[in-house]
Design a protein around this ligand. Structure first.
Ligand SMILES: C[S@@+](CC[C@H](N)C(=O)[O-])C[C@H]1O[C@@H](n2cnc3c(N)ncnc32)[C@H](O)[C@@H]1O
Length: 275
């Protein structure tokens, strides 16, 4: 369970933000390789645009790219430390606005003002109550043809698998050995167990919205464990209304591996060398 309280304590107080999140892009060969090779190909038809709302930007790993793709960029994060980090980092840009929230609320965002809601590598730690709150509010924040692009957890689909290895059915030393050898998933990546792609689809529908696509992906896990999902949705009266496309992408980590190889030649200098 990754509660709001745990998220706030961890990201606001305990986490060492010295590398501003770049440490999570190492598998891709750097944040630029991850953005241009993994995120932008999935996002490109929705940008550039007018106003972007980024939920949970951390220290701005994606904000730095998003800011060049819009006329206005609103940042909302439950961590004051992260918002202050972004404020400092992007102080020379006047089209950014900064908000600390309670982990649920988008009340500071005017209705029908957002052309793109973006969140990546953050709400994977958010449980169902948080996702429900955000999705239902996004419904009233989007402009008529606005789109939400949200990366969230699907680990609930594999809860029996992950829970099994935490129970004491087998000797702990054996389980630790199997994890070390990657025969068993060594970590659940602190994913939110109450979330699944199916639950997200239901929330989207319940909020009167329409699912454009859902891509199920593995995230540092075996190809058979698609613990994350990227759901793209819009208003049901938008130009996007039509068929929903689904993809179970077991190759997602291969994409990272490929980009990391390319990153040695074409990536941001220095970042790959950091490890
Ligand atoms: C793993 S960091 C990722 C930050 C950024 N997206 C990146 O990829 O570098 C997770 C971020 O999500 C924020 N966060 C977690 N739960 C949240 C919630 N319910 N509402 C807003 N922000 C949240 C944390 O404060 C933190 O900044």
């Amino acid at each position: 369970m990754a509660s709001i309280k745990e998220n706030r304590e961890f990201w606001d107080r305990d986490y060492d933000w010295a590398q501003e999140g770049h440490e999570w892009s190492v598998a891709w060969g750097g944040a630029d390789m991850q953005w241009f090779g993994t995120i932008l190909p999935r996002l490109h038809r929705y940008v550039p645009t007018g106003t972007i709302l980024e939920i949970a930007p951390g220290f701005g790993r994606w904000t730095t790219y998003l800011k060049d793709l819009c006329t206005r960029l609103l940042l909302v994060d439950l961590s004051r430390r992260c918002i202050e980090g972004c404020r400092k980092r992007f102080s020379s840009f006047s089209h950014l606005e900064y908000h600390v929230n309670d982990g649920y609320s988008l009340e500071m965002i005017p209705d029908q003002s957002i052309d793109l809601v973006f969140s990546f590598d953050s709400l994977v730690h958010a449980e169902r109550d948080v996702m429900e709150a955000y999705v239902s509010q996004i419904a009233s924040k989007l402009t008529r043809d606005g789109v939400a692009f949200i990366h969230h957890s699907n680990i609930g689909h594999y809860r029996f698998y992950f829970r099994f290895w935490e129970r004491d059915f087998l000797p702990r030393r054996l389980v630790d050995y199997l994890k070390r050898k990657n025969i068993v998933e060594p970590t659940d990546h602190w994913r939110a167990f109450s979330m699944t792609g199916k639950a997200m689809e239901k929330m989207v529908k319940k909020a009167g919205l329409f699912c454009i696509s859902q891509e199920y992906i593995n995230w540092g896990t075996m190809p058979s464990h698609l613990i994350d999902c990227v759901t793209v949705f819009a208003r049901a009266d938008s130009l996007w209304k039509g068929r929903t496309d689904w993809l179970k992408n077991k190759e997602f980590m291969k994409e990272a591996y490929h980009l990391r190889r390319l990153g040695r030649l074409y990536g941001e200098k220095g970042l790959t060398a950091k490890g």
